[in-house]
Write a protein that binds this ligand. Structure first.
Ligand SMILES: CC(=O)N[C@H]1[C@@H](OP(=O)(O)OP(=O)(O)OC[C@H]2O[C@@H](n3ccc(=O)[nH]c3=O)[C@H](O)[C@@H]2O)O[C@H](CO)[C@@H](O)[C@@H]1O[C@H](C)C(=O)N[C@@H](C)C(=O)N[C@H](CCC(=O)O)C(=O)O
Ligand SMILES: Nc1ncnc2c1ncn2[C@@H]1O[C@H](COP(=O)(O)OP(=O)(O)OP(=O)(O)O)[C@@H](O)[C@H]1O
Ligand SMILES: N[C@H](CCC[C@H](N)C(=O)O)C(=O)O
Ligand SMILES: [Mg+2]
Length: 490
């Protein structure tokens, strides 16, 4: 592709006009990682958390980069023999260039942000579209899922080059509808600035990633880029109405000129009137446009109603009829590892795997199972290493308060000393039980299960490994629960 075509449109505004010689330059690809540069590529130098891409410009040029895009703080006259294009927003430039280069995406795309519920909402939207007969995909923490794919991914919001390459592939495979998760890192780093969205959603805001965002306001502001910058003016913004931060999200979306559609008890687009909880399902009465729908949602947990409402709002906002959407809700499957019922002991005790690895999520999941737990709630959980340390005592306190038995164990200690992480969690519990080895922690919990009890193994969800040091050891909460069930409740 010629540089002229690559930089046409929004990107032009970021880098300014090209001189005529440059415009005809042939570009073979693009990357922000000098180690991936191939001859003829555009190299975009990004200043990151660990390194400054500007330091690798010479390396990129030595590997054959044809043009460099760098921030205005980089000296444009630096001593390299290829053109250097300067912009204040190199990350956005990378995203816009990647969108141009790969040049295709599913026609209808939505993005959802919020501290909890993104993976669930993206999964539900995909399922509703599929139920309506549309070829759909979801992109996020659990990877890329479509009728033809189930590819494990590493980031919730992939980096722009990977993202647009994949979107073009999906479009080529016939996918017309795709739902993606917009993480705060992804939004802050402009990873999805090149995606054209038809609608966007917000679930809630709670404590998370306080190692990355200096304050909760900074965290919220990163999330609000979805409405302020990415969603085209006038498009539907579906906002969960019953969160502490709902009003702020609605204010930002209204100010940005969107068609704000609130869902929840306080919602006006989809209004939740009544919920009855059963063991494996819940019945919700939902009002829309004067009509009343009685929906049997085949999932446990109050929070899944919130996620289902946001997903329904997004599906309706992208053209699925209300009737079809309500029918689809009755067929929803939970996203892998999100309050997923893994086993039931002979005596009736239930064992769930859940992805709660942050305070609000842990609080929600423990509260969600209380209504159908006649016995004890047993929680097995830990906190990840190299992540926000502040959440450790908070999660300890929550488990201490809401579980009858709290077992504190390891969850991806990464480069940290695992015993120190556990000690920081344990310090906030008066009756926590510390069992370092996650397999033994799960065995101990399953061995305790009696009639009426509910076990929640939280933190890993769909994950297939335990990261210790730089090594990922194979580990599955599912498999360990099933093994222990066989051993103690055959
Ligand atoms: C903190 C963070 O978000 N980092 C992400 C960020 O890296 P960075 O720009 O800070 O990279 P850096 O290492 O400082 O390097 C700066 C630049 O120099 C370049 N470089 C570096 C070395 C070299 O030899 N040559 C070279 O060109 C790098 O490619 C980079 O462009 O941009 C990279 C490309 O998009 C991401 O892969 C990387 O994710 C790291 C691996 C990560 O762990 N991210 C997590 C925290 C994350 O993003 N999580 C969110 C939220 C999860 C949730 O939902 O809870 C997610 O969306 O997954
Ligand atoms: N709407 C919600 N409100 C509160 N807690 C929720 C909600 N939805 C999910 N949770 C909790 O958060 C966990 C993660 O859910 P999910 O994967 O859908 O969210 P996410 O936003 O994608 O999270 P992550 O950022 O970690 O990928 C669930 O296992 C559950 O414990
Ligand atoms: N996307 C999140 C997932 C955390 C999952 C939990 N198991 C942990 O390792 O803390 C992160 O990387 O911070
Ligand atoms: Mg997710």
């Amino acid at each position: 592709m010629k540089l002229r075509e690559l930089t046409d449109g929004a990107l032009q505004e970021l880098i300014g006009p090209l001189d005529s010689g440059l415009a005809e330059l042939e570009i073979s690809g693009l990357t922000a990682d000098s180690r991936k540069v191939q001859p003829g590529m555009m190299f975009v130098a990004l200043s990151g958390v660990k390194a400054d891409g500007a330091q690798f410009i010479a390396d990129a040029v030595a590997r054959g980069a044809a043009v460099v895009v760098a921030s205005s703080s980089v000296d444009a006259n630096m001593n390299v023999n290829v053109p250097v294009l300067v912009t204040d927003q190199p990350r956005r430039a990378l995203a816009l260039a990647a969108a141009r280069f790969y040049n295709a995406q599913p026609q209808t795309m939505i993005a959802v942000t919020g501290t909890a519920g993104k993976t669930s909402v993206a999964s539900f939207v995909r399922q509703i579209w599929a139920f309506a007969g549309l070829d759909s995909a979801q992109i996020g923490t659990t990877g890329v899922i479509s009728a033809k794919r189930n590819d494990y991914g590493s980031l919730t919001t992939p980096d722009p080059v990977e993202l647009h390459k994949m979107l073009a592939e999906l479009a080529g495979e016939g996918v017309t509808h795709a739902a993606m998760e917009a993480s705060s890192h992804g939004l802050d780093q402009s990873r999805l600035d090149g995606v054209v969205l038809s609608a966007a959603g917000f679930t809630n805001l709670g404590r998370d990633h306080m190692d990355y965002h200096p304050t909760i306001e900074h965290y919220m502001a990163a999330k609000m880029r979805l409405f302020e910058v990415l969603l085209p003016k006038g498009a539907p913004a579906v906002i969960f109405a019953d969160d502490e931060w709902s009003a702020e999200a609605a204010r930002v979306a209204t100010k940005a000129g969107h068609d704000v559609r609130t869902v929840g008890r306080a919602g006006s687009f989809l209004t939740l009137k009544r919920v009855e909880h059963f063991r494996h399902k819940q019945t919700a009465e939902i009002h829309h446009g004067g009509a009343i729908y009685e929906v049997d949602l085949p999932l446990a947990g109050d929070f899944q109603i919130a996620n289902a409402l946001v997903a329904a709002g997004l599906a309706i906002s992208t053209g699925v009829s209300v009737e079809t959407t309500m029918k689809a809700l009755e067929r929803l499957q939970g996203a892998s590892g999100r309050l997923e019922l893994v086993a039931q002991a002979k005596g009736g005790a239930l064992a769930y795997v859940d992805y709660a690895h942050k305070p609000d999520a842990l609080e929600n999941v423990l509260k969600a199972v209380r209504p159908f737990t006649s016995g004890r709630i047993i929680a097995v959980f830990g906190c990840g290493g190299d992540r926000d340390k502040g959440k450790r005592p908070i999660m300890g306190e929550i488990a201490n308060r809401l579980a009858d038995i709290a077992i504190v164990t390891d969850d991806n200690p990464r480069s940290e000393v695992a015993a120190t992480i556990r000690a920081e969690v344990m310090a906030a519990t008066s009756r926590g039980i510390e069992i370092a080895d996650r397999k033994q922690a799960i065995r101990a919990a399953v061995a305790m299960l009696a009639t009426g009890d509910t076990l929640i193994v939280a933190g890993k969800g769909h994950e297939q490994g335990q990261i210790v040091g730089g090594i990922t050891l194979p580990f599955s909460d599912h498999a360990e629960i099933l093994n222990a069930m066989e051993e103690f409740h055959p």
